[in-house]
Design a protein around this ligand. Structure first.
Ligand code: SIN
Length: 316
């Protein structure tokens, strides 16, 4: 176990939420308790070595913004560059945790661990899940050889690429689909099932600088997700093109199939220069490409992650 400093970055979420009654697990306000207070309330957290806590944002993660992502990536890269920092824990809301995890893996490619964690119950709950999740996340961040962006929730460790929120209420709300979890945290020890994500931190300094200079509302490439479903129409694509959309991810049925009316509109958009990507809306598996496919697939990324990937590619 690594006994160097672990940095805990707070961004809000249910884990920092407060409800009027301890028996209320859903009627709370997210992002109210500060990260220092959260950390101080967890017995034994600092026993294995020094901790630094910093509040990067305080929001309900459904409202995650590019500005917060850029700031978070900047702080992650700043702390990872300190030789005495072993790893980072990011305390986050569950709703967009998989998007932030994928974003950080893409722009930081860390050779040290960056562990996102969360809670499904507010800090005021009778039996909150946040403290154990933070303890587990710190244990993963201290694990020798740990690297890359991962998520820890309810004792399971998931990679940024595979993690997906799959339940709106239960405490064990995340899954890695058919890839399976990276490992499990058991009484403070990590049982690793497969390899850590590959590190590629070479782009991190440039990415941090580029993103810090971007305006939240206007400079990030406009990329939207449209869904193929029974009775789908092309009008949504035409409306988005009028808004100047630069990229479209289509959440497809099955193995990358798209309703013919929507597909016709997407092909027109593609011919007009809009980048279009297919990502299956099935929670498991990936689109298996076929000869003659007219729209590229997302290489196994879910629709929300394919959108981030496309935005970053359009940013260059
Ligand atoms: C959020 O995502 O910030 C609120 C919901 C949660 O953390 O479970």
């Amino acid at each position: 176990m690594n006994r160097q400093t672990i940095v805990i970055l707070g961004t809000g979420g249910t884990i920092a939420g407060r409800a009027a009654s301890a028996s209320d697990n859903i009627g709370y306000t997210a992002a109210e308790v500060g990260i220092e207070q959260l950390v101080a309330a967890i017995p034994g957290l600092a026993d294995a070595g020094p901790l630094i806590a910093e509040q990067v944002a305080q929001l309900d993660s459904k409202d995650m913004s590019f500005a917060v992502w850029a700031k978070l990536a900047g702080r992650v890269n700043h702390f990872l560059a300190q030789p005495d920092v072993a790893g980072i824990v990011v305390v986050h809301g569950t709703d967009t945790l998989e998007e932030t995890a994928y974003f950080l893996q893409a722009v930081c490619g860390p050779a040290k661990p960056v562990v996102l964690t969360c809670a499904m119950r507010p800090a005021t709950a009778l039996v909150p899940d946040g403290p154990q999740n933070v303890l587990d996340a710190v244990a993963v961040a201290r694990h020798s050889g740990a690297k890359g962006v991962v998520a820890v929730c309810a004792g399971s460790v998931h990679t940024a690429r595979d993690v997906q929120k799959v339940h709106p209420y239960q405490v064990d709300a995340f899954s890695s689909g058919d890839a399976g979890p990276l490992g499990y945290v058991e009484e403070g020890s990590l049982r690793l099932l497969r390899n850590w994500p590959e590190a590629d931190a070479s782009r991190a300094p440039d990415a941090t600088k580029i993103m810090a200079a971007l305006d939240d509302a206007t400079d990030w490439p406009h990329v939207e997700i449209v869904m193929s479903h029974a009775g789908a129409r092309g009008a949504v694509v035409q409306a988005l093109m009028q808004q100047g959309v630069r990229g479209l991810v289509v959440a497809t049925t099955g193995n990358g199939t798209v309703h013919q009316a929507l597909e016709a509109a997407l092909l027109k958009a593609q011919a007009a220069g809009v980048s279009v990507v297919r990502a299956t809306r099935c929670p498991n598996g990936r689109v298996l490409p076929k000869p003659g496919d007219l729209i590229p697939d997302s290489q196994g990324l879910s629709p929300v992650k394919a959108r981030i990937d496309l935005m970053l590619r359009l940013l260059g």
